[in-house]
Ligand binder design. Structure first.
Ligand SMILES: Cc1cc2nc3c(=O)[nH]c(=O)nc-3n(C[C@H](O)[C@H](O)[C@H](O)COP(=O)(O)OP(=O)(O)OC[C@H]3O[C@@H](n4cnc5c(N)ncnc54)[C@H](O)[C@@H]3O)c2cc1C
Length: 396
């Protein structure tokens, strides 16, 4: 038996013994665990599941052990993920710290920063949010103006960030600030800071979204003092960190369905339940049948592309810039799928509240509304297309 097969057997046995049965069903929106000091666990089982996985380092399987990870190789990580998928295990933890800041700190943080922040992210003790966008700096992020002055023994930050996802539930924020307003290029003169949301002068105002949630925030910094050790990488060199982190964000967005609340049925099952079938068992409506087939084919192609990217990664030849393609394609397909689902449900897909609609139907409607934002967050589809065009050497 190969080492990998033995590892697979061990992993499966461990998961079977340690993943509580309640954590082997699709998680609803309010059952996802983001961690942090304000975390309200959906159940004792969810708390136990996080603790057990964090103890193994398997909330971040490939991070080095000294930073709270499992120290697994890429192949071992894939085995673990496959085994979890097979048993239906929920992700014990998710969030910006795990997916975005952590990998960026591994690359750019100093040893002190890694030891201070990474283990707490891995254990779900601290929740992070992202302070990149501003009212005048979204797609054109390098135009950001949030001001940071060097006051000798500390930095002083003043300005506004917008669309801070879950800012009101987070403990810390990673922020892009302008430290040099006279730099010849706007990408220069930007720095990457870590800020404690409890610092005096940080104010967060939630914004209500189309789906009724208040997940976004405006974040204001009014004379916020930031310790100098919270600067990541070099002063005025934050754009390099920002770009690397955006690659991780695109990767996360391209796989977002893995950790979004799962619907209880597959698209085919929804179609079978809500639509009439012809005598031969096919969907009677040829137009919806065609859309459904198209969606299934796209999903299959995407899965195969992911597989190819994985193989390229293993061979050390994956061009990380291709994540723009995955981000754009996956989030657009997510929207197509939701539009298809709403069409399959007919009027049952248009409920906001009330007894005329089941809980699942209401969840689907809210998901349809929320997922409109996926092709904007993490860089819009148009911006990804520009990046892809650049990679292909097409005229800008
Ligand atoms: C779900 C979600 C979560 C988010 N979370 C966060 C967060 O946690 N932290 C954070 O900092 N930000 C966050 N954002 C903000 C997000 O990064 C910005 O919304 C995004 O970068 C677009 O910027 P904008 O909204 O200012 O739109 P704009 O940049 O003003 O774009 C408006 C329109 O113009 C198009 N456009 C702009 N430039 C070009 C171009 N060069 N070529 C072609 N078309 C172009 C865009 O595609 C878009 O359609 C989030 C956004 C969403 C929707």
């Amino acid at each position: 038996m190969s080492d990998l097969e033995q590892f697979k057997n061990e992993v499966t046995a461990w998961l079977e013994e340690n993943c509580p049965p309640s954590q082997r069903t699709p998680a609803k929106a309010d059952e996802l665990v983001y961690g942090g000091s304000k975390c309200v666990f959906p159940s004792e089982d969810a708390k136990l599941w996080l603790k057990r996985m964090a103890d193994k380092g398997w909330t971040v399987p490939s991070w080095p052990k000294q930073y709270g990870g499992g120290g697994l190789s890429a192949k071992e990580e894939k085995v673990l993920k496959k085994a979890m998928k097979k048993l239906g295990c929920r992700m014990p933890l998710t969030g910006h710290g795990l997916w975005m800041l952590g990998p960026a700190l591994l690359e750019f943080g100093n040893e002190e920063q890694k030891l201070e922040h990474l283990p707490r992210i891995a254990r779900g003790e601290v929740r992070w949010c992202q302070g990149y966008s501003e009212p005048g700096a979204g797609s054109d992020l390098a135009s950001l103006r949030c001001k940071c002055e060097d006051m000798g023994d500390h930095y002083l930050v003043n300005g506004q960030k917008s669309w801070t996802t879950d800012g009101h539930k987070s403990d810390w924020v990673f922020v892009l600030v302008r430290t040099d307003f006279d730099a010849p290029k706007k990408q220069q003169g930007i720095s990457f800071l870590l800020i404690d949301m409890k610092a005096p002068g940080v104010e967060v105002r939630p914004v209500t979204l189309l789906n009724g949630n208040d997940d976004f925030c405006d974040t204001f910094f009014d004379n916020v003092k930031v310790p100098k050790q919270n600067l990541v990488h070099e002063l005025n060199q934050g754009w390099s960190v920002a770009k690397a982190l955006l690659v991780h964000e695109r990767e996360m967005m391209s796989k977002i369905q893995e950790f979004m609340p799962r619907l209880p049925y597959t698209v085919v099952e929804y179609a079978q339940h809500y639509l009439s079938l012809a005598d031969d068992g096919k969907l009677a409506d040829p137009y919806l049948r065609d859309r459904l087939t198209q969606h299934l084919m796209n999903t299959q192609s995407m899965g195969l592309s992911h597989r190819r990217a994985y193989e390229e990664g293993m061979a050390g030849i994956l061009d990380k810039r291709s994540l723009s393609y995955f981000k754009a394609y996956a989030t657009e397909e997510d929207k197509h799928r939701d539009e298809l689902l709403i069409a399959l449900l007919g009027t049952q897909g248009l409920g906001w509240e009330g007894e005329g609609f089941s809980e699942d139907e209401l969840q689907l409607t809210r998901q349809f509304l929320m997922n409109k934002a996926l092709s904007i967050g993490g860089g819009t589809t148009e911006v990804q297309m520009n990046l892809i065009a650049k990679q292909l050497g097409l005229p800008g």
